[in-house]
Design a protein around this ligand. Structure first.
Ligand code: 6PG
Length: 234
């Protein structure tokens, strides 16, 4: 099982929310993102959000496409990406651009894709440099894998927390080579929101709620995490 490296064993605070339809959870996630953005922009003049990959968040990103927000203040990061060519349909960065980012006026230099096309080692070094100047994230979005993984933090894989972004080898979810923000850096966030949908996640949710230390439990921001669920019993 996952081991922590140089991260104090902070116990995760989690708050669980269940929704009855896909539209409900999508709207709730949208409202939460926009509220976090409004607060960050009013208090600090900018909003940093770390996007989840996979398929779950795509419908929320599609709602963001149609929002009239102060996009000039938004700064976009990704919690992980797959080591594939830039325009590979499996890239998390391409999914977010297609669903949302290509349709709104966020300045290009404020969208920080993970350069996963460089390969996991070089790409992680480059992204760690990108993150070096970034203060605490305002909001981190995360998904949950059927095996309890989150971002590209997988069960049984030691993750080196000494860097903000790290290479992943032999990921059980293809492709094997990935880049992920470390659990310690993902935990350095004002708010963390997990989006969990579909019966396939039930076992991972049961483990999580029963205190099994799946990788999702490694995300331990001081304000706790919120878990929005649809299609799973809690
Ligand atoms: C990835 C994601 C990964 C994802 C979960 C859930 O690159 O695959 O970062 O952590 O969030 O595997 O994926 P789904 O949303 O597709 O179920």
């Amino acid at each position: 099982m996952m081991q922590n490296t140089n991260q104090e064993n902070t116990k995760q605070i989690s708050r669980w929310h269940t929704f009855q339809t896909q539209d409900e959870i999508n709207q709730a996630a949208l409202n939460r993102i926009l509220a976090a953005a409004q607060q960050a922009i009013s208090e600090r003049g900018s909003f940093s959000i770390v996007l989840a990959g996979g398929s779950t968040p795509k419908s929320v990103y599609a709602l963001l496409k149609d929002v009239d927000a102060d996009w000039s203040k938004w700064h976009i990061f990704h919690n992980d990406d797959r080591c594939l060519p830039v325009n590979d349909v499996e890239r998390n960065s391409l999914m977010a651009r297609t669903a949302w980012l290509d349709h709104v006026a966020i300045p290009a230099y404020q969208i920080h894709d993970i350069p996963a096309e460089l390969g996991n080692v070089e790409g992680a070094k480059a992204y760690a440099n990108t993150l070096a100047g970034v203060p605490i994230f305002d909001l981190v979005l995360l998904g949950l894998g059927e095996d309890g993984h989150t971002a590209s933090l997988f069960p049984g894989q030691l993750v080196d927390n000494s860097a903000d972004a790290v290479p992943v080898f032999d990921a059980p979810k293809p492709p094997a080579n990935r880049i992920t923000i470390s659990q310690q850096r993902l935990s350095n966030a004002r708010e963390v929101l997990f989006l969990v949908t579909g019966a396939g996640k039930q076992d991972a949710v049961n483990d999580w709620r029963n205190g099994v230390s799946i990788p999702a439990t490694l995300i331990t921001p001081k304000n706790g995490v919120d878990v929005y669920c649809y299609g799973v019993n809690i």
